[in-house]
Design a protein around this ligand. Structure first.
Ligand SMILES: Cc1cc2nc3c(=O)[nH]c(=O)nc-3n(C[C@H](O)[C@H](O)[C@H](O)COP(=O)(O)OP(=O)(O)OC[C@H]3O[C@@H](n4cnc5c(N)ncnc54)[C@H](O)[C@@H]3O)c2cc1C
Length: 425
């Protein structure tokens, strides 16, 4: 039986009920494939509307990116407003902007409503290394204000030292609607909430294939779910179960390490305001303090989703550059996880047939968007299409290069942008 990856989150997770594997045939109004943020969020939105929902999870709730990520509640998308505006036009850009804070609101509302213990903290900080990055953040602040979000502040170098005790940044943007969480506890807490509303979750129940007809069916090795509607939320871990989705995303891994317990005195010195931080580089670092006073530090990407064997060696130099006085501190946990990258870097939702929906491709910024897209998918099932169609109508393209060349082509593209950034071009 497969278990969670050996992460800090699995080590510090709240207790969960035992969940069976699917045996035989069951029926539901809606069957959700995948027990990450997207799947559990969708299921909970639907159960709150009174539908009978069954979730099929291949391993355990939160096994994928949702139980392994940096835990940063980042508002917005993986592409900035001006790029979205030039690509999709004014109406789409404004509609997306207006929805960009809703995912974070859903997280905070649910944590309060269902009393989910997930170390929820307020405040996210975007750190800049250069004047160009500062300008980019100033523009982000201006754009967010257009949508009514003004609870933000630009910080200069000295103020930034009150967020992170380091000299490497020029300044940054504080987002008081950002924040951080223990993501595995958040997704599992929502799973328990779903069950309290009558939803059923089967674990160790990998879907091998689906039938997308008028009455769709999801098949596992030992059973099947017949439903009126099906939502596929396997993201980067979907494998070959739904082949139509494969060309539309690429698995990309990101890595995280967590130090030994450093103690409150030291972590208060490192990050006095207890915000989370991500930098503005193309290949970015992100970090925060955990509830038990460790440093959780992530960064690095591997196109193809392979897990590197030297995670500590990759990330420890970044930690020591940021906080030189942490040299020699022990690393207790190191792991990697996969997210689904789309060619447009925008999340991808849609339908494979009249009855089968899918959500995937948050492209590395999915903590908030998965919660939003779950709500929109539930709205679509109740014939409220306006907001759903804003995402659903954005064109998504297959990666060029086919199966053989798409990974090296994407890696070359990323290298090009990272080099441009290093050279200040
Ligand atoms: C290391 C890392 C750090 C990140 N940090 C951040 C961050 O700080 N902030 C942020 O906004 N985003 C972050 N992200 C991205 C974010 O975690 C993801 O976008 C988000 O969790 C995706 O949620 P999901 O539900 O779509 O997919 P997942 O969480 O991957 O869930 C998919 C689930 O489906 C199951 N599944 C797959 N196929 C099948 C099948 N055939 N049958 C049954 N079950 C199946 C899997 O087992 C898995 O549990 C990070 C990602 C990674 C990997």
């Amino acid at each position: 039986m497969q278990a969670h990856t050996n992460s800090y989150y699995a080590h510090s997770a709240n207790p969960q009920p035992a969940r069976p594997a699917l045996q035989g045939e069951v029926t539901a109004d809606v069957c959700v494939v995948g027990g990450g943020f997207a799947g559990i969020s969708t299921a909970l939105h639907l159960a709150e509307k009174g539908l009978k929902v069954v979730v099929l999870e291949g391993v355990k709730v939160g096994f994928g990116a949702s139980g392994r990520n940096g835990g940063q509640i980042v508002n917005g998308y993986s592409r900035d407003y001006d790029t979205i505006l030039s690509r999709y036009g004014q109406d789409t850009a404004r509609a997306l902007l207006n929805m960009s804070f809703e995912g974070g609101d859903i997280i905070r509302e649910r944590a309060a409503k269902y009393d989910i213990k997930c170390d929820l903290k307020k405040g996210g900080f975007f750190a800049a290394f250069t004047d160009r990055q500062m300008k980019f953040l100033e523009r982000r602040r201006e754009v967010w204000a257009m949508a009514g979000h003004t609870d933000t502040a630009m910080f200069d170098k000295a103020q930034t030292k009150t967020v992170s005790d380091t000299d490497i940044y020029t300044g940054g943007l504080l987002d008081n609607k950002g924040g951080h969480i223990h993501p595995l506890n958040l997704v599992q807490g929502q799973a328990v909430a779903l069950e309290s509303l009558g939803g059923k979750i089967y674990e160790q129940s990998r879907v091998t294939h689906i039938d997308d007809g008028a009455k769709p069916v999801a098949y596992t090795a030992q059973g099947c779910v017949r439903a009126d509607k099906l939502v596929v939320c396997g993201n980067a871990y979907i494998g070959t179960a739904v082949p139509e989705l494969a060309p539309r995303f690429m698995s990309v891994s990101s890595q995280i390490v967590v130090t030994e317990v450093l103690g409150k005195d030291l972590t208060d010195r490192m990050m006095p305001a207890d915000y989370c931080l991500e930098d503005c580089n193309y290949l970015l670092d992100y970090y925060r303090i955990t509830g038990d006073h460790r440093l959780l530090f992530g960064g690095g990407v591997v196109y193809s989703g392979a897990e590197p064997s030297d995670i500590k060696n990759r990330l420890v130099p970044h930690i020591e550059k940021t906080f030189p006085y942490l040299k020699g501190k022990k690393i207790d946990f190191a792991w990697s996880g996969n997210f689904a990258l789309t060619l447009t870097r925008m999340p991808h939702i849609g339908r494979l047939s009249d009855t089968v929906y899918f959500i995937h491709g948050d492209s590395g910024h999915g903590v908030t968007t998965t919660h939003l897209l779950g709500r929109l998918t539930a709205e679509a099932m109740h014939q409220q299409m306006t907001r759903y169609d804003v995402f659903g109508n954005m064109r998504n393209y297959p990666f060029p290069g086919g199966r053989t060349f798409r990974v090296p082509l994407t890696a070359m593209g990323a290298w090009y942008y990272a080099m441009k950034e290093k050279l200040g071009m």
